[in-house]
Design a binder for this molecule. Structure first.
Ligand code: HAM
Length: 420
């Protein structure tokens, strides 16, 4: 009896070769883009102490309350968590390695993040982010740099339907004042709140404003506004950001209801929204988090950053011409024992000459190897039979256009293939 087939975990996807090349070309574009702005790569572990996320993202957030993959390491009793995002770990590493000693840091990271959410289109339990953090810089210039950067990337990727929402959350004092006003307003309407909002009213009232439930729309719209509690410095910084964006030609909309689901933010926050993605339409989001470095145990330092969801961006940037994987240059057909031995060396020499080669292995018939060459999508078949092997030559045959088969030396083959 066959063994039970083992499946992948719900919400965690395999990225198969037919799509992985899209990831690779996205990653190439992103690397060039980050280099152009002087951001340096940082790589942190996928596991961290649970405490790191509780302290940074906040104990009363959905992520920490319900979505983290947390477990106790049986060997030493430590509580560990799979990272649900990258900012906290990046800041932890910056503090741990005294990186701010050398001055402010422009950093980026990429990799899988984990949240135990209900999977649906655009929302997964393992998903991938590319994140950017600028640590040690006060705003608003660097916040503007981040938004200008993003809009350049969208252009590079051919994404023109993205819109930008921005808001300011002010400083901690403003939020304390606002929180009190908001709670007393929500308490007056407590009977009309849905279960989630009732719970948030006590734990994290600002998140009530983020409710996606249409039944909550009227209450949210009538709610007092944070803008009325903002201090002078926050207002000036937010105005400065808007001015820089206008000068740079980055379109945006001020959305006073934008609050974000992580507690570490202050002042400017934003989200890039993609059309046609359904409910999970935020493709990139971030903002300022001036209190976080100190909260995690470092000397106070201003900071801001953003992260984009790679799955959601790839979903948006799918077009037929991008869907085709790049073709190999050569499928190397070899027939007979002597030819098989010669083929290994020939393939290496072709590769040294900058030609990409798939070598036929397994010794099938000539006819079946030629069929495989054709199906592989390669531009040329390079053929080594007994005669070619004896002469130290190869035969080259164009597979995608008409043309004679030519017997040439390997050096000539390289020229011929690279010319076309
Ligand atoms: P976030 O808004 O939680 O922010 O996530 C950023 C982006 O990651 C989202 O806009 C979305 O595109 C993607 N994303 C989040 N959850 C999922 C999911 N379950 N499935 C697929 N994609 C998802 C942060 O994570 C902050 N660390 C951003 C930041 C960096 N703020 C300052 N610096």
């Amino acid at each position: 009896m066959a063994s039970r087939q083992i499946q992948s975990i719900r919400g965690m996807n395999d990225i198969l070769p037919d799509r992985a090349h899209l990831w690779e070309s996205f990653e190439d574009a992103v690397r060039g883009w980050l280099r152009a702005y002087g951001y340096r790569n940082i790589r942190t572990p996928v596991l961290e102490q649970t405490e790191l996320f509780v302290r940074s993202i906040g104990a009363a957030t959905d992520i920490v309350e319900k979505e983290m993959y947390t477990f106790v390491d049986e060997l030493n009793g430590e509580s560990l968590a799979l990272r649900p995002e990258g900012t906290a770990a990046c800041v932890r590493a910056v503090i741990e390695h005294n990186m701010l000693y050398a001055g402010p840091q422009r950093l980026w990271y990429s990799g899988p993040m984990f949240r135990h959410e209900r999977p649906q289109k655009g929302r997964y339990r393992q998903f991938h982010q590319v994140g950017v953090e600028a640590i040690g810089f006060p705003g608003p210039d660097i916040d503007a740099e981040h938004l200008v950067m993003c809009s350049r990337l969208w252009r590079t990727l051919g994404l023109d339907g993205l819109s930008l929402d921005i808001n300011t959350l002010g400083d901690a004092d403003a939020r304390t004042r606002y929180r009190a006003r908001l709670v007393s307003y929500l308490e007056q309407h407590e009977d009309s709140l849905d279960a989630d909002s009732k719970r948030r009213l006590r734990s994290n009232p600002l998140r009530v404003l983020d409710s996606k439930n249409p039944a909550m729309k009227a209450i949210v719209e009538q709610a007092p506004r944070l803008a009325d509690d903002l201090g002078e410095a926050s207002l000036r910084s937010f105005d400065g950001l808007q001015q820089l964006l206008r000068e740079a030609g980055v379109d945006f909309r001020v959305n006073p209801r934008l609050v974000r689901g992580l507690d570490y933010y202050n002042d400017a926050v934003y989200e890039w929204i993609g059309g046609g993605l359904g409910a999970q339409n935020a493709v990139c989001a971030g903002g300022r988090y001036d209190g976080l470095v100190e909260q995690i145990g470092g000397k106070p330092a201003p900071a801001c950053g953003f992260a984009m969801g790679v799955e959601r961006l790839l979903e948006l940037s799918q077009s037929p011409e991008r869907a085709a994987a790049p073709a190999m240059d050569v499928y190397l057909v070899n027939q007979g024992e002597r030819a098989r031995k010669a083929a290994f060396g020939a393939a290496e020499r072709l590769r040294e000459g900058g030609v990409t080669v798939t070598l036929d292995v397994g010794g099938a018939s000539f006819k079946s190897q030629m069929k495989k060459a054709d199906a592989s999508g390669a531009r040329f078949a390079v053929i080594i039979g007994e005669d070619e092997a004896a002469a130290g030559a190869v035969s080259v045959k164009a597979l995608r256009e008409a043309g004679e088969q030519a017997r040439v030396s390997i050096a000539e083959a390289i020229n011929l293939i690279r010319k076309q």
